[in-house]
Ligand binder design. Sequence first.
Ligand code: ATP
Length: 421
Amino acid sequence: EDGVWEGAWQIVGRLRAAGHAAYVVGGAVRDRMLGLSVDEVDIATSATPSEVLALFPEAVPTGAAYGTVTVLWGGKAYEVTTFRREVYPTADRHPVVVFGTSLEADLARRDFTINAMAMGPDGEVVDPFGGREDLRRGVVRAVGNPEERFREDPLRMVRAVRFAARFAFAVEERTWEALVLLRLELVRVARERILAEIEKLFRREGIGRGLALFDAAGLLAVVRAQLRAVAERLFPRLSPDLPRAVLVWVWEKFLGDPPGYPEGFFRLPWPRRVRRAVASLEADLAELSASPPLAGLPWPLVRAWAEGDEERAATLFSLLALLREAGAERDLVSLPQEALPLPERWADVRAHLGALPVPTYRDFPLELGEFLTRYGLRPGPWVRELRESLYRGVNAGRFPPDPAALEAEALRLAAHLGGQE
Ligand code: ATP
């Protein structure tokens, strides 16, 4: 059992011992049922914020207006929130929070059935909307009437897509219909809130599926138009796992140029370094289907490695892995399947490349400059081609990686490529 749960049950225990109702609620219950590790546990209680503060002297009232008190326990922070519901005066207003309701009302205000469950220390589950069953079936379903719920808070549409993408769930049919119907309502939601959800979507797995779902729902165009102005803030904060160039590429591919706008109109002023990396990515992608793979790997990737540019190779790998994930859902980019022969992890690709007879140009047993001088050959752009052909030949096993064999082959190629006087 994670330490975070241990602390949660102790907090719940203390609240209950004082005569209050208390449960773990929301995402932690969902993730625990899915067998995922949990690092944030939220607790809901009938105790008022001041009652909570009285029981936990070191607690901090972090969201007094929302009834939230943060309790530090075992080095972890727990949000303890008084049962509440929100009242939506009109859709574009901030909801009014009402305290002093029941656990059931607190669960009913939550967005999706899978997020609307509570759990006690003995594993007892309160699940009034069939969240457990939806988890089992892999369904994101609005609590109550989906149209009403999306009108109340249109951000829930983005959240529906986010959870579907994250767990590879389906969006339940009526929920999906409401989403498609109401998608334009999203323009009323504060950009920062949308951004926070999209950032989570981008950071975790499922980015390809997420974008495909956004697109299918017609949300992409809405989000795109809205988020342009804050995009600069999004990207620097994104996961360090993905190369920035990949994120920019994805952004521009899917969010960049809405139909009807001139090409490049929505391009953001990314730093030069990033710009260049994106341009390299584009060039490598364009070349994917033009050159046959080497040693089972896409040629542009191998070439970047051969040139000693591991970053470029790894960036292309990340993007291809991402595209493969997306392609499984829908044909997001037109790449021939055979252009994507990829191992699962970059570490495997690296090992594979490192084990080639001649991994990089620097490892050539033949020094090309010397070779040219010795035979009175004129240097020029053709030498690049020569080097590539030698590299491909030796690594495809067409001749052994020794200086004599390479030299013989280089002479043959030189005649062919026209490097002679
Ligand atoms: P994640 O781990 O992906 O952030 P989460 O479920 O913890 O998932 P939060 O955004 O932290 O997501 O929200 C916590 C809980 O609050 C949710 O599980 C849900 O019950 C409720 N909730 C959050 N946002 C909304 C909303 N816009 N409308 C209704 N309920 C919401």
